[in-house]
Design a protein around this ligand. Structure first.
Ligand SMILES: *Cc1c(COP(=O)(O)O)cnc(C)c1O
Length: 484
């Protein structure tokens, strides 16, 4: 499999690259992204014969992609799913209503779905760097889930250093503790006085700094990215959609070949893009339903064909991992449907004018695969309360229910992207109206609903803090240079 560029080629970069190249150096011409030139097709016999065992299923599907990664390395990377709660079933799919299944993507070490891709991806990236005898710096700015998952996958891995910037006071206690208690010589965790936008902007100005570039060059360090613009994450986010479909068949809810909808709590659109690719490859999927919070830019795009940032400000919600306005992976869908030239034009409009608009035919093409809706924090709280006796939703997962109600005559799989433990204060508030800090909220929910607090969360509150640095945002460069 080779990769091409979503905004076309600038004549300087190669016209196509291998998988390794695309993941080590993920930025493409004109600020675009790498996209697969062609996806493998899954025929019916192949899919029907896929085993229930997740790692074996994943290996067989990945082999079809024909990427430049050796079998043993792929298998070692997939073996990281052994660190999930149940090594034999890292992605349980549960029937919650007659027509609603919940596919749980959060059973990894940091209790959010980022582990699904970052666990195997981190292993492969480090192994490739080592084989090439190159050193890489991964920079991450996080609003809460990407940070812990990135640190966890790269900790003590060879040839990789990670610097992770988070807004002090802008994450939950659990998320903060997951980062500041993570020890590893190759990890630097920095809290800044500011919000997530400040963290992201600081990262951008770092990338533009000539002193920083110079130091990297001197030390012979390459820069890569572990966010979902990296295709190395997307490839692992195709697999669980196939698994989830097969689990619904195995449960007897549909015959093989009948179509289902997938409901995806979305932010940067990586999870939804994986679903779109799975559909294209031949998995019987009808609609991919995009669930958002009050930051409803994706709803507007899919319902009206407009991506308009001009009148938008980021709103803080109880589902912070979906508080996003620039949803990077939409670009890969635009490329797939409308080609590189049009994608470049649309993305240029967004950059220069703050918006783009699709034609009515383009919108129709988008709506063949997608529908979307959003939920306010109040609606999310109501859903959490309503379902609590049957299923404990985290606020991100709860945004899927509005779309389930709209499509309740079809069979639906909704993705659960985080464990309740990461967002206990919001959940307890939904259940009781009372405001508590993380630890107290965890204990209150555990007692009220008779659910245990998992070991990995409980012990966070006793682990020693190894990163206690909180600085002004103009000091970040200095700190990272010292770390390097
Ligand atoms: C990252 C994240 C999302 C959004 O996923 P995207 O692939 O960025 O759309 C949703 N829920 C949770 C809990 C997350 O951590």
């Amino acid at each position: 499999m080779v990769f091409v560029e979503s905004r076309g080629n600038d004549g300087k970069k190669p016209k196509s690259v291998t998988f390794s190249e695309a993941i080590l150096h993920p930025s493409a011409s004109f600020g675009g992204l790498y996209v697969p030139k062609e996806l493998p097709k899954l025929n019916e016999e192949f899919v029907k014969a896929l085993p229930k065992d997740y790692k074996e299923m994943a290996f067989r599907v990945l082999k079809l992609f024909d990427i430049d990664i050796e079998d043993t390395l792929l298998q070692e990377a997939l073996a990281l799913y052994n660190n999930f709660d149940d090594p034999n079933s890292p992605v349980p799919v549960k029937r919650v209503d007659q027509n609603l299944f919940i596919s749980e993507l959060y059973h990894g070490p940091t209790r959010a779905f980022k582990d699904m891709a970052l666990q195997p991806f981190g292993y492969i990236l480090s192994a490739l760097a080592k084989k090439r005898d190159e050193n890489y710096l991964i920079l991450a700015a996080t609003s809460g889930d990407t940070g812990p998952a990135t640190l966890e996958t790269f900790k003590n891995r060879p040839n990789i250093k990670v610097a992770c910037i988070y807004p002090a006071g802008g994450t939950s206690d659990v998320q903060r503790l997951q980062m500041v208690t993570e020890d590893g010589k190759n990890l630097k965790v920095i809290g800044i006085k500011g919000d997530f936008d400040d963290a992201q902007n600081a990262l951008k100005s770092l990338l533009a700094s000539s002193e920083f570039q110079h130091t990297l060059q001197q030390k012979d360090i390459h820069l890569s990215a572990a966010n979902s613009v990296n295709f190395g994450r997307i490839i692992f986010q195709i697999l669980y959609h196939i698994h989830s479909y097969l689990e619904v068949v195995r449960a007897g809810a549909i015959a093989f070949g009948e179509k289902i909808n997938l409901i995806v709590p979305s932010g940067n659109f990586g999870n939804a893009l994986g679903a779109y690719y799975a559909k294209k490859m031949g998995v019987p999927i009808n609609k991919i339903l995009i669930a958002s919070n009050a930051n409803n830019i994706l709803t507007e795009l899919i319902q009206k064909g407009r991506y308009d940032l001009r009148d938008k400000k980021l709103i803080k919600t109880t589902s912070p991992a979906m508080d996003i306005l620039k949803s990077s992976n939409v670009e890969r869908v635009l490329y797939d449907k409308f080609g590189a030239e049009r994608t470049k034009e649309l993305m240029q409009n967004l950059q220069e004018k703050g918006y783009y608009a699709l034609s009515s035919q383009e919108l129709e093409a988008l709506q063949q695969d997608f529908d979307a809706d959003f939920s306010s924090d109040e609606e999310v709280a109501q859903t959490i309360k309503e379902y609590a006796s049957r299923y404990l939703f985290d606020p991100h997962t709860a945004t899927t229910i509005k779309l389930y109600r709209k499509y309740k005559d079809d069979i639906n799989v909704a993705y659960s992207t985080a464990e309740w433990t990461k967002f206990a204060p919001a959940i307890w508030k939904a259940l009781s109206g009372e405001e508590l800090k993380d630890l107290q909220a965890l204990e209150a929910i555990s007692k009220e609903l008779q659910v245990p607090i998992p070991q990995r969360i409980a012990q966070l509150f006793h682990k020693p803090i190894v990163h206690d640095l909180i600085i002004e945002k103009d000091k970040i460069e200095e700190e990272i240079l010292a770390f390097l």
